[in-house]
Write a protein that binds this ligand. Structure first.
Ligand SMILES: [Zn+2]
Length: 493
């Protein structure tokens, strides 16, 4: 038994959760100008914090800069992705102000890291309880005990995108998709981060215990066809894969379209958010000897950093404004010929009206739509290899200056300004309501609001929200409607 434990012991080169927490905390304290550490949620069974570290200049603000997200550790045993994120974080902060490319990226991008998506599962592996554990620790049979043969959910099958088609419905299976989509705290935390940030690119790091290794999967190819952006995602994935040298030192990673729709991160991020997401299957197995880890991380940096360059090459970007008020608009942006009407529309962001579409060199027709505004199309926009084509757009309200009379409004709030509680009346078509702060962060979500909701002016963690302006975004199918509310503090609070 001692021999067995010795053989399967995990090299101290791998971070424990405490080491991750301590290191991230120490980085945030030492580099407050360019790093911000957030807790985006808590794990499902053990309530362990899930950390997100943002690296950028003016880090406390959501600036008008492209965002890229790196995720490690969806699957507990796949330790290398966690290490790549930690390695990249220290590479970036230690070379900021020294290395010109890194300084430029930090100043002109918003980099986000969630190094360990599944902290409670990671604990199962690191404590040697089960070194091939994959899932979190959800108590599937509600017996109050953690059962290795029955508990846990595969966090990479729990996203709400063709959820019921992926993984397994059997709780004892290591691919168990959970009792319902987004049943897991970890997945909801990631969802809310993604919906608040408009990530252009995301890498989610995995490692395969068997099957294909050293590959990069991207969305998607299945019996229904290819993803709408397939030609563009594919070129990015090909370039990304050709920058990561294999462990053997001979040849590079291979990029492949992911087969089959299922509730995994890359399909959800692309399908729902429009984020080009790459699942990088690192190395040739899940846990490598400690001496290999630095080398694996170092070789992966070239791929990860490529996305930071790519985000300002070959594509179209710009901001959409109200022609009368100059206010930024969140409008639908359609690239004709590369459009999937079954997916939510790709929109410019709430804070800046910014859209960013990654394309290949060529000529494209774009269309912008927004409820209450005259749709606008641009034909023959040229895209070149080396830089983004800029296209700033003014949209004109329909029927003159004030077409949306009070009776047509789809969202009404009273009182406005509000204090401790407001009533939000919604058009019956509205199927979900999101409340954002002025930085575009999701504060609160109501699913199926059914005509009206009472908002006690608290966020998802039941904390009272700060004074200020909030945006209410109601969605009905492919349409969305926006309304503004001002919250003022009650003097007795
Ligand atoms: Zn995995």
């Amino acid at each position: 038994m001692m021999l067995l434990l010795f053989l399967f012991s995990i090299d101290p080169r791998y971070h424990t959760q405490d080491e991750i927490a301590h290191e991230l905390d120490s980085i945030a304290n030492h580099y407050p100008a360019i790093t911000k550490l957030d807790t985006i949620g808590y794990s499902t069974l053990d309530s362990l914090p899930i950390f997100a570290l943002k690296i950028s200049d003016n880090v406390m603000f959501d600036e008008d800069e492209p965002s890229v997200l790196y995720i490690g550790g969806h699957h507990a045993e796949e330790l290398l992705g966690v290490e790549i994120c930690m390695y990249m974080i220290s590479d970036l902060i230690s070379k900021y102000g020294i290395d010109s490319a890194i300084t430029y990226w930090v100043d002109n991008r918003e980099l986000w890291f969630v190094p360990l998506m599944n902290p409670e599962g990671h604990g199962v592996v690191m404590s040697h309880m089960d070194t091939i554990w994959r899932k979190n620790k959800r108590d599937n049979n509600n017996n109050g005990v953690f059962d290795l043969d029955y508990d846990g959910v595969d966090l990479n099958r729990n996203y709400d995108f063709y959820w019921s088609r992926g993984g397994s419905s059997d709780p004892s299976d290591e691919f168990y998709r959970g009792p319902y989509a987004f049943s897991e705290n970890e997945n909801r935390a990631m969802r809310d981060l993604a919906l608040s940030q408009n990530f252009a690119f995301c890498i989610t790091y995995h490692s395969a215990r068997y099957g294909l290794t050293e590959v990069i999967y991207y969305p998607w190819h299945w019996s229904g066809g290819y993803s709408a952006d397939y030609p563009f995602i594919r070129t990015v994935a090909d370039s990304l894969s050709k920058r990561i040298l294999k462990d053997s030192g001979v040849g590079y990673y291979t990029a492949l379209p992911g087969q089959g729709l299922q509730g995994n991160a890359r399909n959800w991020f692309y399908g729902i958010c429009g984020t080009f997401t790459f699942c990088v299957e690192v190395s040739t197995t899940t846990i490598q000897p400690g001496w290999m880890v630095d080398d694996i991380c170092q070789r992966n940096l070239a791929g990860a950093y490529y996305l930071l360059e790519r985000v300002e090459q070959s594509g179209i970007t710009g901001c959409i404004y109200d022609s009368l008020t100059g206010e930024p608009l969140s409008a639908e942006v359609i690239v004709q010929g590369y459009y999937d009407p079954t997916l939510p529309p790709r929109r410019s962001n709430v804070g800046y009206g910014r859209f960013l579409r990654i394309l290949k060199p060529g000529t494209y027709n774009l269309e912008m739509r927004k409820h209450g505004y005259v749709p606008i199309t641009f034909d023959g926009i040229e895209v070149t290899q080396e830089q983004m084509t800029e296209l700033n757009v003014m949209m004109t309200r329909m029927g003159g200056e004030d077409p949306v009379s009070e009776s047509q409004k789809k969202i009404e709030v009273s009182p406005n300004p509000g204090r401790n509680s407001v009533v939000i009346q919604l058009h019956p078509e509205i199927a979900s309501l999101d409340i954002y702060d002025t930085c575009g962060r999701l504060v609160k979500r109501f699913n199926n609001p059914a005509g009206s909701v009472v908002w006690p002016c608290v966020d998802e963690q039941n904390r009272a929200v700060a004074e200020g302006i909030y945006y209410l975004s109601g969605r009905s199918g492919r349409e969305s409607t926006m309304e503004k509310i001002v919250i003022i503090k009650n003097s007795t609070n």
